[in-house]
Design a protein around this ligand. Structure first.
Ligand SMILES: [Zn+2]
Length: 827
């Protein structure tokens, strides 16, 4: 660990160090020679001056960073976002350390191992490190991506470009995009790009442009003078036949939206029909139930209103309770309660003049304590103190759980009340934990109906084609698929039968101030905000602490049975290596990072370059299969780390599964925009599009079919991953050799793989620096080598295969890591 830190510092922070050392060694009026003599001739001049050291520091966010920079500290190099803030390095004296501390900066590396002395890596390392610096900060403009795709006869060019001046706001830095019209044509058609800023941080400039001819190259120019050109790539493969085009392949099984009961009973039926390749696993935690307490708001409005809730669930007797507020004749009568069976009569108090005299607060207390246990929750309305005088009810009021109201168009049949047990449909020929597991989790969000039908369609295709289709047999024989067709059955039923826009589950965590029945459509926990990594409980953005917010994170991490179940499943079935959290509707496919702390936009850690490349490669395959159905294109601006392309969603399931279990955890938003050639516009999707809507536009059926293609492709990716025993190869480009003056080098790998390297002569290990992206969404960094340097490295692919079978954990004698010496000779 110490080695890693020192090397990272040496590589990234040296320019700052050099500058500060110069200042420290020439204090006004000091005679360097004299001080050297005082300290003893054996010691380095560095130690004789006021000791300067490289301190690793942590800042809470962008605001603090601004302050520290304003105070004159140079933190330009080595800054990086970490889950708890921004980390950086500063070359500082003891006095400056004290100054930083008073500014609230945390000193992380203020110990001996970070002191700059010739006992540590010292001067020799300094010169070596100086020879290898990332080049990225020297280029002011870079093309991040330039993608071409067509859909329904129309071409599109999507460009992301970045300027290192992008954060500057006075003036704001503009970017112009030009493109050619094919090979060997000139640039033209200048257009202004849009500056993309998120949570106060400049991300990049980006635009999607409609074009008729495919350009070969683009050129971007910033208003501060930087220029970069780049070649245009194809986004998604055109003409890839989907599996559904294979002769004899069966598809199109799902013919309408499905309630949770219908989904679960079909899953159980599949397991019965195909026992050799399918089974049901019941998740251990029952849901909190499609059920509500019976309630009414009684006695008046405002301060006079009393909210009463039954002790029993509505369907277990709560709905039979009536409450009557009775105005007796007479004067000077006390408040009392009579209970006869399920009929509760509140005899309201009267004052000396014979007027009603019970306040809402008094009646609420009487109901709680004197209703024979029928009513266990009664309180004034919302935040009222309940000071108003309660009025008599003309007739007894029946409490209700409101679940008998059926919204127009709700499916026929009654919904079973009470807790639900969620089945997992497991499909695989060898369900022994040895094949890579793929978890498909649909409908965390209740109103998202298409994800459930999409997942069911994918399951139907597996079981129906297993006996006849070679590729399906390959999937079923080589993967272990776990499908949760609806992970939120209570909320989904509420969406089907009561309130179509329900997102969350049905658990009411609200205090009295939000517990009245008029709030019933606002209760519940957002299951995809209830997990443990990058949680709102730890300050990450994009989840709410309000029990009536649609992104309510719950009272604690994993408070809900539905999220506990997912953790149970991945802990029990450790072979689960892939996960797709299926949502709608946005036309997006994403992965980590998925959450950030807003101040400074501190994301959860970015995946290593190998994982990032694998995610992109998989996304290309999955989305090409989606496109193959009816030319729906999920655009590249909607693919990547979800907090980069969508928003921060604190406590989502994907972060937990990737960071805690190493599961490749995708999320996608099915549905979404489709290009309408008739209007020339993209037409947005919806949560519950007409099932048989226009098959070329927004249609539940068409979305189910095209996105099921993508899920099946994910199964193929997992099957290949499980069989992957091919070792990656990598190279340093350009390779070993003599270079005059300096040379720029970078690593290339034969497949998605992460490179670990050293430049200090040590053996590379898994603790060595990882080869990183220049910036997020960009390719690998470029090193500017100015002195002779030996790189030692190895690469690891996403299946864990290590280049040349090198063992980085042991000091084996073979030492068959890769090595290349870049010899730099003077000009
Ligand atoms: Zn969703």
């Amino acid at each position: 660990m110490r080695r890693t830190q020192q090397l990272r510092i040496a590589l990234l922070a040296l320019p700052a160090l050099v500058g500060s050392v110069l200042m420290a060694t020439t204090p006004a009026g000091a005679d360097p020679a004299e001080s050297t003599t005082k300290a003893g001739s054996e010691r380095s001049h560095l130690e004789d001056q006021e000791p300067v050291r490289l301190a690793r520091i942590q800042l809470t966010g962008a605001d603090m960073l601004d302050k520290v920079v304003a105070a004159g500290f140079d933190l330009e190099h080595g800054l990086r976002r970490v889950p708890t803030g921004i980390e950086g390095e500063a070359v500082v004296t003891a006095e400056q350390v004290a100054e930083l501390k008073t500014m609230g900066v945390e000193i992380l590396g203020d110990d001996e191992s970070f002191a700059w002395s010739d006992e540590a890596d010292g001067g020799l390392q300094a010169s070596r490190a100086q020879a290898v610096q990332p080049l990225s900060h020297e280029q002011t403009v870079r093309v991040v991506r330039a993608d071409w795709f067509t859909t329904k006869g129309q071409g599109f060019l999507y460009v992301e470009a970045r300027t290192t001046d992008g954060q500057q706001t006075n003036p704001i830095v503009g970017m112009q995009l030009e493109n050619d019209s094919g090979p060997s044509t000139s640039f033209g058609f200048a257009r202004t790009m849009s500056r993309f800023v998120d949570s106060g941080q400049y991300m990049f400039h980006r635009n999607l442009f409609k074009l008729d001819a495919r350009p070969s190259q683009i050129r971007v120019t910033s208003s501060t003078g930087g220029v970069a050109t780049g070649f245009v790539s194809n986004w998604l493969e055109d003409g890839t036949p989907p599996l559904t085009a294979t002769p004899g392949y069966r598809s199109d099984f799902v013919d309408g939206y499905r309630t949770p009961q219908q989904l679960y009973s079909r899953a159980e039926e599949i397991a019965r029909q195909y026992p050799k390749i399918a089974e049901i696993i019941y998740l251990p935690n029952q849901t909190n139930g499609y059920q509500r307490k019976a309630q009414a708001t009684i006695g008046g409005t405002g301060q006079a209103a009393v909210v009463a809730s039954s002790a029993a669930w509505g369907h277990e007797g709560g709905n039979d309770i009536t409450v009557d507020f009775v105005n007796r004749s007479g004067a000077n009568l006390p408040l009392s309660v009579e209970v006869n069976g399920k009929a509760v009569r509140v005899l309201l108090a009267k004052d000396a003049s014979g007027a009603l005299a019970s306040t809402a607060a008094q009646v609420a207390n009487a109901l709680k304590s004197q209703s024979g246990g029928l009513i266990d929750r009664a309180h004034p309305y919302r935040t009222n103190a309940g000071t108003g005088i309660v009025q008599a009810t003309p007739v007894p009021v029946a409490l209700t759980d409101f679940l008998d109201e059926k919204r127009a168009g709700a499916p026929a049949g009654d919904v079973p009340r009470g807790p639900a047990t969620i089945p997992v449909l497991r499909i695989g020929k060898h369900r022994d934990g040895k094949k890579p597991g793929v978890l498909i989790q649909a409908q965390d969000h209740a109103r998202e109906w298409v994800p459930a039908t999409t997942s069911l369609e994918a399951a139907e295709r597996l079981v129906h084609n297993y006996g006849s289709d070679k590729e399906t047999k390959n999937i079923v024989d080589n993967t272990d698929v776990f499908l949760i067709l609806s992970n939120n059955p209570d909320g989904a039923n509420y969406s089907f039968y009561n309130f179509a826009s329900q997102r969350r589950n049905m658990t009411n965590h609200c205090p009295d101030t939000d517990a009245d029945p008029a709030r019933r459509n606002s209760w519940g926990v957002d299951l995809n905000r209830n997990y443990r990594v990058g949680s709102g409980h730890d300050g990450y953005s994009g989840a709410s602490t309000s029990c009536v917010s649609d992104t309510y994170q719950g009272p604690e991490k994993l408070s809900e049975p539905e999220s506990k179940n997912i953790i149970w499943l991945v802990e029990k079935y450790r072979n689960i290596k892939f996960m797709m959290s299926v949502h709608s509707n946005g036309g997006q496919l994403f992965w980590q990072p998925g959450a950030y702390i807003a101040d400074g936009r501190i994301t959860t850690p970015r995946p290593p370059l190998g994982d990032e490349a694998f995610y992109w490669q998989s996304a290309g395959r999955i989305l090409s299969q989606v496109k193959a159905h009816r030319e729906t294109v999920v655009t590249p601006e909607n693919v990547g780390g979800s907090s980069d392309v969508l928003y921060s969603s604190a406590g989502n399931v994907r972060e937990d599964l990737y960071f805690n279990y190493g599961i490749y955890a995708f999320g996608w938003e099915v549905g979404g925009s489709v290009y309408n050639p008739a209007t020339g516009n993209w037409q947005g999707g919806s949560f519950q599009p007409a099932w048989a809507g226009d098959p070329n536009l927004v249609s539940g059926h068409a979305e189910t079919m095209e996105y099921a293609n993508g899920i099946v492709e994910m199964f193929r990716i997992a099957a290949e991953w499980g069989k992957d025993n091919k070792k990656p190869t990598s190279s340093l480009v350009p390779g070993a050799g003599k270079y005059v003056g300096s040379v720029d080098v970078r690593f290339e790998t034969s497949e998605p793989a992460t490179v670990y390297y050293t430049t200090d002569g040590s053996r590379p290990t898994l603790e060595s620096p990882r080869y990183q992206a220049t910036e997020f969404r960009e390719p690998g960094q470029v090193f500017h080598v100015t002195e002779t340097t030996t790189f030692r490295w190895f690469s690891v692919d996403v299946a864990g295969n290590i280049e040349q079978n090198y063992d980085p954990t042991k000091n084996d004698t073979r030492n068959n890591y890769r090595e290349a010496t870049i010899t730099v000779v003077e000009q």
